[in-house]
Design a protein around this ligand. Structure first.
Ligand code: C5P
Length: 238
């Protein structure tokens, strides 16, 4: 079940990151987000690929279609395996992102990255949608409408909280690959996450991958923490 756990590399320090990656020998997936891509850029991605790791590049692209297309193409050239875009950027933007993957696949004759669309950030509530984005619907309705736009654009993956995962599965069946953050094993601290579920529950709600950062990299023994999570997942599916 280690292929379902994506370790978020949000810790500080280039050497510290690579030391963690080397300790987590069994881990397959690592997430690099805006913080450490800004700090260490393509150098970090190349180190992960050198170690045969799968990389989830979480930069949540949101721009005019052509800029997103070229960014997605450039990300594919790094041989990353998954990346994120904002569905709120529109259907044309999502189609352009998907075209970039196709262009890469034709040019190199190899499989490109899977694109995941972000719907509504979990930091936004109904009031934020109305006040900041002038959207007059609740978060759940907006999530479903944005997921539908992603589907129309040919995007096959979504980032979703555990609660949204249930909703998406009820409305779209198994169509989307779903990646879920906000995961906390029962033995770990919640940190600043407010709505958390356990790894086992997330998978049972229908997530394909779970993203976990601090419970692993802040643990006294990260390998042991990773292993415990993996065992919990094995148990969920047995
Ligand atoms: O350390 P922790 O397990 O809370 O890390 C979760 C990771 O998932 C972080 O990289 C965070 O930015 C990301 N994330 C999240 N909630 C979202 C979207 C992304 O926690 N709604």
């Amino acid at each position: 079940m280690n292929e379902k756990v994506i370790v978020a590399l949000d810790l500080r320090g280039y050497d510290e990151i690579l030391t963690l990656v080397d300790k987590l020998e069994e881990a397959i997936w690592f997430k690099v987000g805006a913080v450490n891509f800004t700090a260490y850029g393509t150098k970090l991605i190349k180190e992960l690929k050198k170690r045969n790791k799968k990389v989830f590049l979480d930069l949540k692209y949101h721009d005019i279609p052509n800029t997103v297309k070229e960014s997605v193409y450039a990300a594919n050239e790094l041989r990353i395996d998954m990346l994120t875009i904002h569905s709120i950027g529109g259907i044309e933007m999502m189609i352009a992102a998907q075209e970039a993957v196709k262009d890469f696949e034709i040019k190199h004759n190899e499989k490109g990255a899977q694109i995941l669309a972000v719907t509504v950030l979990t930091s936004m509530n109904d009031e934020n949608l109305k006040r900041d984005m002038f959207i007059n619907m609740n978060v759940e309705e907006a999530v479903l409408k944005l997921a539908n736009n992603a589907l129309k654009a040919g995007i096959s993956g979504l980032v979703a909280s555990a609660k949204e995962t249930k909703l998406i599965r009820e409305n779209f069946g198994d169509y989307f690959t779903i990646v879920t953050p906000g995961i906390r094993p029962a033995w770990a601290s919640k940190n600043d996450q407010k709505r958390v579920v356990t790894p086992k529950d997330a998978i049972e709600f229908g997530s394909n991958y779970i993203v976990i950062g601090r419970p692993i990299y802040n643990a006294d023994n990260p390998q042991e923490a990773f292993d415990k999570i993996r065992k919990e997942l094995n148990h969920a599916n047995s």
